[in-house]
Design a protein around this ligand. Structure first.
Ligand SMILES: *Cc1c(COP(=O)(O)O)cnc(C)c1O
Length: 463
């Protein structure tokens, strides 16, 4: 019989020196990547076929070299949209805080399981601390809590299932929920997954926000037709134009009609940390659930969403199953595996906890405030640009504009700006009009970067 190998020979765990070399090489890569972002192109080159073939190769039977593999990764990462750069104003930017990336590495290295609180009570306490702080920022009552998810889509699904379970029970085929055509499609997607067929689209006003009296009329009609209205979605910052539904009016409507009020704050929710945001979101404290995306408004790397709920027992009632091998007793700390679709989960909380404790909350408040100023500045400059129509003053950090000559001219304008490969914008359609969106939401974006974009837009508009 062959002798068992000593653990020191175990090829899957490196010796101390090797481990240190890996960390140093990875650290050098991160430092130079972040240092180069200011000058990086907005879009990397197209992926050459030969490189794609090499990147997709199956793993070898024998060992590779860390340096070579890091190099391969770096090459693959440059053939990409420049999402982490300071001139990325397309879609919803987020930047990617290095402190959060370090947190992620640490959390992964200790590899604790946070699906059940007893497995890592200290870490779950840290995660709860972040969630409780968020609940209090939004004015949710004591006892409210939540769940850190992989993104707002997962949070929305858990919220819809909780609302469905509480308001409709198991026989939910006649349940109806209310959105607008500016509501993010993740709500319709979650509704479909949750088996909810009646997603009713309420008209919006000229300001692109929900027409609440129209919602009330639709609800009355639906009830008369035998449907069971149970949920209304308000958006605290729409993806298209960054507008904010009248959350106070929605809270009144939800209370009167006995609806679950869900607020989608995936893009705009963290502006609650600013005074201007809090004023705009008046009424949000009445929400039954709020989705947030720290990978947008707290500038974290992608893959982190938050769901806050007024009453976490609604999440548990809708999701908990008792596995025969899990101890089910729940103490003061929640078992996150009972609150949503996932069971096994990493310690997601450190991604938020470390940046928030390291930089302090005021650093985030200031960054978000700066973004409101930058969007107002951009809007002002665009409004004064001949040939450009910027119809709505930004409520948050997104400004939309078009070429007065129409949709094809607007498309050409966007192409011309992108030809420089230094700035990323995106587009949206409102009514029949194509509009260009400029969304400021990276902690790396400052006035100089916004001005670079404005200069390019003005030059393109001047033809
Ligand atoms: C991004 C976004 C979502 C979806 O969030 P994911 O994190 O991508 O799942 C939902 N609503 C709004 C308003 C968004 O901007």
């Amino acid at each position: 019989m062959r002798p068992l190998r000593d653990t020191a020979d175990n090829a899957l765990d490196p010796d101390e020196r090797t481990m240190t070399e890996w960390f140093e090489a990875a650290g050098r890569f991160v430092t130079s990547f972040v240092g180069g972002l200011d000058d990086a192109p907005a879009n990397g080159p197209d992926l050459p076929v030969a490189l794609a073939r090499r990147l997709g190769r199956p793993p070898p039977a024998g060992p590779g070299r860390f340096d070579d593999l890091l190099d391969t990764f770096a090459k693959a990462a440059t053939h990409a949209m420049g999402t982490a750069g300071p001139r990325f104003f397309a879609y919803v930017p987020g930047g990617g805080l290095v402190s959060s990336a370090v947190a992620e590495m640490l959390a992964r290295a200790v590899n604790r399981q946070t699906a059940v609180a007893w497995a890592a009570p200290g870490l779950v306490t840290m995660e709860q601390g972040v969630l409780r702080w968020l609940c209090s920022e939004f004015g949710l009552p004591a006892g409210s809590a939540g769940l850190i998810t992989t993104g707002a889509s997962m949070g929305t699904l858990a919220a819809l299932v909780a609302a469905r379970h509480q308001h409709l029970g198991d026989d939910f085929g006649d349940g109806a929920l209310y959105v607008t055509d500016h509501t993010h499609f993740c709500v319709a997607k979650a509704a479909r997954i949750a088996g909810l067929r009646h997603v009713r689209v309420v008209p919006t006003t000229a300001d692109l926000i929900m027409d609440v009296p129209a919602a009330a009329r639709m609800i009355a009609e639906d009830r008369a037709a035998g449907l069971r209205p149970f949920l209304v979605v308000g958006t605290a910052g729409t993806t298209a134009a960054g507008t904010v539904d009248p959350l106070g009016d929605l809270a009144v409507l939800a209370h009167r009609e006995d609806l679950w009020l869900h607020v989608d704050g995936a893009y705009g929710g963290f502006f609650q940390l600013t005074r201007r945001g809090r004023d705009l979101f008046t009424g949000i404290a009445a929400a039954d659930s709020i989705t947030l995306d720290p990978h947008k408004g707290l500038f974290l790397p992608y893959g982190t969403g938050v769901l806050l709920v007024r009453d976490p027992s609604t999440l548990r009632a809708a999701h908990a199953e008792e596995g025969p091998y899990l101890r089910a007793d729940e103490g003061a700390l929640p078992n996150y595996g009972d609150l949503g679709p996932e069971l096994t989960r990493e310690f997601r909380g450190l991604r938020l906890w470390l940046p928030l404790h390291l930089h302090g909350v005021d650093a985030f408040r200031a960054a978000l405030d700066e973004m409101l100023d930058l969007a107002a500045h951009a809007h002002d400059a665009l409004r004064r640009t001949p040939g450009i129509d910027a119809p709505w003053h930004p409520q948050l950090s997104t400004t939309v504009f078009r070429d007065v000559a129409g949709n094809s001219a607007t498309r050409r304008l966007l192409d011309q700006v992108h030809a420089s490969n230094t700035v990323s914008l995106s587009s949206t359609t409102i009514g029949h009009q194509l509009l260009i969106r400029m969304c400021v939401l990276s902690h790396r974006s400052h006035q100089t970067h916004v001005d670079d974009a404005i200069d390019l837009i003005r030059a393109a508009a001047a033809g």
